[in-house]
Design a protein around this ligand. Structure first.
Ligand code: HEM
Length: 454
């Protein structure tokens, strides 16, 4: 496929005038914290705020009980919203609703059952060790580096090794950069403006075309790569079996390709952001980093951690949970209403875009004591009752994240193992700026250097 034809296809897949992302942009401009204005609006106008735009309504919802209404109680009346992200996800399960979604998800579900994690752990550790070799080099030279790129390549490696039985058959740094160009939805705005000016195929789209092309080259490379060990129970095998299953004709070759794309975005970007923010928080709270080191020493000492050890790494896991509370990678969950409804006393019309503001719930003092403080211990105190749906980093209900539990294993082990050998030091701007794109990303990345502990 040529860059031009890729641009053409991706261009047409990008957001329209009515895109939620563009419509929200004016509300997300605060350079220190783009979430601040939405938080203030929630405080001032209450838990359901309809915002009338020229051609549609966006309804900002901030109350956990109302998250439940949309995600659980009336889940079938609120469908998924993808807009300009279609070229990233294609027709993968994350984009579907109803019976088709169920048909696509079912054959892949066993790969994410907690019983499977023990088999994945050695592969996660292999990927972590390979990352350690890079960090040892950074420590030796003293150079600074961008942490999200490091954690993205780690997350991608873990998925390829554990779920697909492959070594990464692509240059992860190149793919990371390309995908970033595309998934930063603020870039879409420039692209859209160019399209409006009838200049779609000029400069601006070149980067996007390259990004999409690089992204689309990943699944074929993965299918063509040699298996590492010919393991039987891998996600890739499940996808291939589904493709061969005549009872699911919808699971065709394109479906398989798009599932791979979905995992390499939904399963890497989010996991990588969480891990990078966890390293930032532990760099700023050295006593937490020390406690993680001590816990690792006590739980698994000089051997490699196992699934049982993961369960025992309570404090380290609490650090990951607290990181996702403070910096939820998916800062809002978006749906489109298909039926008339009433939410929190406000009328909902079909076509309304519903923005469930997860970040707002995670930072609300009504649900969290000292919500802006980093307090991992709050996850270990069983006497503290959590308000239901006030913590939704993985969404909720039947459409919640398929890989959420697995990502906690990945990040807990990575944090424990890497901190035992290294002292990462955040050397970027303080506080780091935030960018609210589809995910909540550090503005310009997180700059670090590492020291090797003796
Ligand atoms: C910290 C890590 C992660 C976070 C914060 C996260 C967050 C989320 C959220 C919020 C959703 C639901 C979106 C919605 O309701 O609109 C979701 C869905 C999904 N996630 Fe994750 N995710 C993470 C890791 C992973 C991993 C490791 C994988 C797989 C390897 C994965 C695969 C998926 C898939 C396939 C869906 C769609 C499920 C469906 O529609 O049935 N995620 N994720």
């Amino acid at each position: 496929m040529t860059a031009e034809s890729t641009a053409q296809q991706s261009g047409f897949g990008l957001g329209d005038e009515s895109s939620v992302w563009f419509n929200l942009t004016p509300l997300l401009k605060d350079p220190d914290n783009p979430m601040r204005l939405l938080m203030q609006m929630a405080e001032r106008y209450g838990p359901v705020i309809p915002v009338n735009m020229a051609n549609q309504r966006i309804v900002l919802v901030t109350e956990p009980e109302l998250f439940k209404h949309v995600l659980v109680t009336k889940v079938d009346n609120y469908v998924k919203y993808f807009d300009g992200l279609k070229p990233i996800f294609g027709k993968s399960m994350i984009t579907h609703d109803g019976a088709l979604w169920q048909k696509i998800r079912m054959p892949q579900q066993p790969a994410f059952h907690p019983d499977a994690f023990a088999e994945y752990i050695p592969y996660f550790i292999e990927a972590i060790k390979s990352k350690m070799a890079h960090w040892a080099e950074f420590a030796r030279t003293g150079e600074t580096f961008e942490m999200v790129e490091q954690t993205w390549t780690l997350a991608a490696d873990m998925i390829c090794k554990a779920l697909f039985d492959r070594d990464m058959p692509f240059n992860p740094h190149f793919v990371f950069k390309c995908v970033k160009t595309y998934t930063d939805v603020s870039n879409h705005k420039d692209i859209r403006l160019k399209r409006q000016a009838d200049a779609l195929f000029e400069v601006g789209d070149e980067d996007t075309a390259k990004a999409v092309e690089a992204w689309w080259s990943v699944p074929p490379a993965l299918f063509a790569a040699d298996p590492r060990e010919e393991r039987e129970k891998t996600l890739l095998k499940m996808i291939q079996n589904a493709m061969a299953d005549p009872s699911i004709p919808e699971f065709d070759e394109q479906q398989a390709i798009d599932e791979i794309k979905q995992y390499l975005w939904a399963g890497t970007e989010t996991t990588a952001l969480t891990f990078a923010w966890a390293l930032y928080l532990t760099s700023k709270n050295p006593e937490a980093a020390e406690r993680i080191r001590r816990e690792g020493e006590t739980v698994y000492g000089d051997r490699e951690p196992t699934a049982a050890d993961y369960s025992a790494l309570q404090y380290t896991r609490a650090v990951i949970q607290e990181t996702m509370r403070l910096y939820p990678p998916v800062w809002s969950l978006i749906r489109v209403a298909t039926e008339p409804d009433v939410i929190g006393g406000k009328e909902i019309k079909p076509g309304d875009r519903i923005v469930l503001f997860s970040y707002g719930a995670h930072h609300n003092p009504r649900f969290w004591k000292d919500p802006e403080e980093f307090i991992p211990e709050r996850w270990m105190d069983k006497t503290q009752k959590q308000v239901k749906y006030s913590y939704v980093p993985f969404g909720a209900g039947k459409r919640s994240c398929i890989g959420g539990a697995m990502s906690q294993v990945e990040n807990t082990l990575a944090l424990s193992i890497l901190l035992r050998r290294f002292r990462p030091e955040y050397v970027g701007l303080e506080p780091p700026g935030l960018n609210a794109t589809v995910t909540l990303t550090p503005r310009g990345g997180l700059l670090f250097r590492v020291q090797e502990l003796s």
